[in-house]
Design a protein around this ligand. Structure first.
Ligand SMILES: [Zn+2]
Length: 296
């Protein structure tokens, strides 16, 4: 049995996104009042979790509407989707109504992984209160999936910014770099990456970025997998690229270093035996590098 695809962190939302229901205004208005509706409170990057002992796994703490209204002052809930037909919402819980009486079995915990994608959805609403076309105020529709301008009726959809991330590699070496911004401080090397330009294919973006960042000419591009990266709203498109040239001439403004590495060096870096590190499993770059190692 071959796996359908590589399950990356931040992908694999199990909720039905409710595409049909979101278009039904009556359903949307009534849905939060359904007895099976549940609400997940958030505070900054913290998510409500059930309390558990140190060794028990925490779970998301879902509130009924009544519980929610008793406990918190909240902003408009945003429909995340449906779980077995029951609407599920994320909601900014601004304040406890009675600070000396916190809700039962609830702790707000910094769960960056879970919180980031929820926060990306709530943050999108916060940043899109006005229409980019005419400046008019916008309002949310389809349970938070779109916003509509109240003046010119333009629809605004949450945007996703495509980023190509590519491991340039051949039978013996792979190309890794340190971007100038924060990787030297973290002493990390990773695959090269960059935003896809408008009107550019994935393959063209890979070749352009490899040329810009490393001065290497890339040939064939092989798609590997993709990963939603909600900081704030990127889609990482992972690929392997074949090098046509070898001499590195890297962009010193963008990159602190770009070098070729052998499989032995990469294995040693993963084992913590070298003076630099490689990305962890949370990052698609890790899986691009592992895939190359395993193809020996
Ligand atoms: Zn407008």
């Amino acid at each position: 049995v071959t796996e359908l695809e590589i399950p990356h962190v931040f992908a694999g939302n199990t909720l039905d996104r409710g595409e049909v229901e979101r278009r039904d205004a009556e359903w949307l208005a009534a849905a939060p009042l359904q007895v099976n509706a549940r609400f997940l409170p958030l505070q900054a990057l913290k998510v409500a979790l059930t309390e558990g002992g140190e060794n028990t796994g925490h779970e998301l703490r879902w509130f009924t509407l009544e519980e929610l209204n008793t406990s918190f002052e909240t902003q408009t809930p945003r429909l995340l989707g449906l779980q077995d037909g029951a609407p599920r919402y994320a909601v900014n819980a601004v304040n406890l109504k009675t600070p000396d009486q916190p809700p039962d079995n609830c702790t707000f915990t910094d769960v960056r992984q879970a919180a980031a994608s929820l926060r990306a959805q709530l943050g999108w609403h916060a940043k899109n209160g006005f229409c980019a076309a005419c400046g008019g105020p916008t309002k949310a529709g389809r349970g938070g999936q779109i916003r509509t301008c109240s003046v010119c009726e333009s629809h605004i959809f949450p945007r996703t910014d495509p980023v190509v991330i590519m491991l340039v590699c051949d039978d013996t070496h792979c190309l890794l770099g340190q971007s100038a911004m924060r990787m030297p401080r973290m002493n990390l090397y990773s695959a090269l990456a960059g935003f896809v330009d408008q009107g550019e294919s994935i393959e063209e973006a890979v070749r352009r970025e490899v040329m810009e960042e490393a001065g290497i000419r890339a040939g064939a591009v092989h798609y590997h997998s993709s990963q939603p990266w909600p900081f704030p709203s990127s889609l990482m498109i992972g690929a392997h690229a074949e090098p046509l040239t070898r001499d590195i001439n890297f962009d010193t403004e963008e990159m602190a270093d770009v070098s070729w590495f052998t499989r032995d060096q990469v294995r040693a870096a993963f084992a913590g035996e070298l003076e630099f590190g490689l990305p962890g499993k949370i990052a698609i770059a890790h899986h691009l590098i592992m895939h190359w190692l395993e193809q020996e």
